[in-house]
Design a protein around this ligand. Structure first.
Ligand code: MN
Length: 465
């Protein structure tokens, strides 16, 4: 299959539509995808409406209007084609732009899927951007949103930077002038908003002895280097504000520190993406913090606010988004503490915890990911949570890391297989996946997943424990 030809076909389907309903996901990738498509379509003069869903499941289908508009499913749809079919949507009614594993289906819905082109490091926002650029080459201002979506979907994680087609999109933004690439920057979160010692203290990949999970230790480390950490008025500087020489001094000291402790320095540096058109010291200033802001909007039922921000709205929309970011952080912190304080149950090949209805099911996956590095990181973590609006269902979120992937673990495959055997449904990616299962099958399901993971480890010949 030829990507160029697929993009052209998608652009033609969109151009021919009298009106479009964009159906997208509530996470950072889904929101930036929607914002790219909505802007590209508006510029073509095509009337559109947007619908955001937490998950494309039977209940969510109610929000999709029963009209003649083209239904443009983005960042979802590939794995739910049977659902589109059962809703009575024909191949002419639908276009799917996705990067999730596809479900076999008798109706041949037009779809562009990154995976069909061997692209595993680009998200829906990247795909949406390529379609927008095919519609009109002047849409390259939207590359910035594609970078936010890609970074939000962890596409830069494995290689400490975007690669392949997703990296080519970065170049469009650089040429347009709304992206600055910082190669060999510090691989930490919060480079534009957090005091440097807080930034370092919260960084746990790589884990730096005496600094990770220890902001006081991080501060002492920086003070010993004699770097000026405050501005003349006594406020903390953020990483982005430090003079180049100071940043280089800190990086080389961290490198020596890691080497002295026999630790790998491979993940200390990463390529980061700064947005010079956004105000300094705000979460809008770089791709990873911007993505978190969008996630906060989406997870707390305000994806439309995130979308407005992406389209350049500020003022009230921005104040609302900032408030949700604060709320998002505090609930995730509570969830993380709950997981660590309560403790997980360890099976041979996974660890799990049930959080009941204490936390919204939209954030348990994020908490699971954060808890993993503080628990036994060799075992994938599973968090089960009650669905408040459907007491018969349990939401399952799993996370693992690059180490386990290199040893054959594939969470998407494990959850699809195990959930099917208990009458549920699963999907996602190798490193992060989710499922919905009938509540009464929880115990059986956890054992099933453990068995599949054991088989995956064994098949890769890496079951050395
Ligand atoms: Mn996505």
């Amino acid at each position: 299959m030829n990507l160029e030809r697929d993009l052209r076909r998608a652009a033609d389907i969109i151009s021919d539509a009298d009106s479009v309903t964009i159906v997208s996901h509530i996470d950072a990738d889904g929101i930036s995808t929607e914002a790219i498509l909505a802007q590209a379509l508006s510029r073509e003069g095509i009337p559109l409406e947007s619908v955001f869903v937490r998950q494309l499941e039977p209940m969510a289908m109610r929000h999709i209007p029963d009209d003649d508009s083209l239904k443009l499913f983005a960042d979802l749809g590939a794995g739910q084609q049977a659902l589109l079919e059962s809703r009575g949507l024909s191949a002419e009614d639908v276009l799917i732009l996705d990067h999730h594993v596809s479900q076999p289906c008798t109706t041949a819905y037009p779809m562009i899927n990154c995976l069909d082109h061997g692209i595993t490091r680009m998200s829906a926002a990247g795909l949406a951007y390529l379609v927008a650029k095919t519609l009109d080459p002047t849409n390259i201002d939207l590359a910035k949103l594609a970078v936010i979506g890609n970074v939000g979907d962890m596409m830069a994680r494995e290689n400490c930077g975007l690669v392949g087609p997703a990296r080519e999109i970065v170049q469009d933004g650089v040429e347009y002038g709304n992206i600055i690439v910082q190669s060999r920057d510090l691989n930490c979160y919060g480079l534009s908003t957090r005091p440097v010692h807080i930034c370092l203290g919260y960084c746990d990949e790589p884990y730096i002895d005496g600094i990770s999970n220890n902001t006081n230790g991080a501060l002492r480390f920086l003070e010993r280097l004699g770097v000026e950490l405050k501005n003349p008025r006594g406020g903390w500087l953020v990483w982005e504000e430090l003079p180049f020489g100071d940043r280089r001094r800190i990086v080389s000291a961290l490198t020596q520190h890691l080497i002295a402790h026999g630790q790998d320095t491979g993940r200390l540096l990463a390529e980061t993406y700064i947005f010079p058109d956004e105000p300094e010291r705000t979460p809008l200033r770089n791709a990873s913090e911007y993505a978190t802001l969008l996630n906060a909007c989406g997870r707390w039922a305000k994806p439309g606010v995130g979308s407005s921000i992406c389209r350049g709205m500020r003022g009230e929309a921005y104040r609302e988004a900032e408030y949700m970011l604060g709320h998002h952080r505090s609930v995730i912190r509570d969830l993380l503490h709950y997981i660590l304080d309560t403790g997980v149950t360890e099976l041979s090949h996974l660890q799990y915890i049930h959080t009941g209805d204490r936390f919204p099911d939209t954030i348990v996956g994020i908490g699971a990911g954060m808890a993993l590095s503080k628990l036994n990181w060799r075992k994938p973590i599973m968090v089960l949570s009650a669905m408040v609006d459907d007491p018969d269902l349990t939401k399952v979120s799993m996370r693992t890391n690059e180490w386990a992937l290199s040893r054959g673990i594939d969470l998407q495959q494990a959850l699809v297989e195990a959930s099917a055997s208990v009458g549920g449904a699963g999907g996602g990616h190798r490193i992060a996946a989710g499922a919905f299962i009938p509540r009464e099958t929880e115990e059986e399901f956890v054992d099933d997943v453990n068995r599949v993971l054991k088989r995956q480890f064994a098949a890769a010949g890496q079951d050395d424990r």
